[in-house]
Design a protein around this ligand. Structure first.
Ligand code: FNR
Length: 193
């Protein structure tokens, strides 16, 4: 069965290395996996008063994409040792929408940073934040793209061989994790029937 992945980037910047990483994932997607990139650029700051008037169209759009997805891929920068507000804000909105579109689904996490640690600290914060959504993060492999400015070419291609291999391994593991979880779901339905 084909796996539909919703990719979410933590940076709105034109030329974002994390966005380039998601586009690279689209090019490197294994057979049987399609990757769509979510647009977080028009999601307003979370405000309970706004929610009380109805979820913004931008949030509903991403929630619908999440509901249609069988798996997720998040690529985030590290901002001050954590995840950027853009990503946290989107997660905050999406955690409030009815239907829990993330629940029970797998997520692979990656990060790209110009620094030497490749965004590792942000990834571990992200794992904590994702607990409430009840997604199932891949533990391994971990993918940290350090010195990102040296690993992407001017045309946006990820040229570093080790990083490309790491991305291949991450996507393959996400596919296997998705099939494992979907298999469990099928067994649970069969047992309940
Ligand atoms: C950063 N950057 C950064 N890098 C890092 O490795 N650890 C950090 O804590 C931070 N903190 C930080 C805070 C803020 C406000 C900014 C703007 C930047 C650098 C950051 O990782 C780098 O700019 C990345 O290239 C940003 O990701 P995108 O936009 O290229 O995807």
């Amino acid at each position: 069965m084909s796996i539909r992945v919703l990719a979410i980037g933590g940076s709105l910047r034109r030329g974002s290395y994390n966005h380039l990483l998601l586009e690279q994932a689209q090019r490197q997607a294994p057979q049987g996996m399609s990757i769509e990139i979510a647009d977080l650029s028009d999601i307003p700051l979370y405000n309970g008063d706004v929610q009380a008037q109805g979820f913004p169209a931008s949030v509903q759009r991403v929630a619908e994409q999440a509901a249609q997805a069988g798996a997720f891929l998040i690529a985030t920068p590290e901002y001050n040792y954590s995840i950027p507000g853009v990503l946290k804000n989107a997660i905050d909105w999406l955690s409030r929408v009815p239907g829990a579109p993330f629940q029970g689904k797998p997520v692979a996490i990656a990060s790209a940073s110009m620094g030497g640690m490749g965004g590792a600290r942000a990834q571990y914060h992200l794992r904590q934040v994702l607990i409430y959504l009840d997604v199932h993060p891949l533990n391994k492999p971990e993918l940290f793209i350090s010195a990102a400015h040296e690993k992407f070419a001017a045309d946006g291609e990820l040229t570093d061989a080790l990083s490309r291999e790491g991305l291949d391994a991450l996507l393959a593991a996400l596919a296997a994790h998705t099939h494992r979880l979907q298999g469990r779901e099928a067994v649970a339905v069969a047992v309940a029937a």
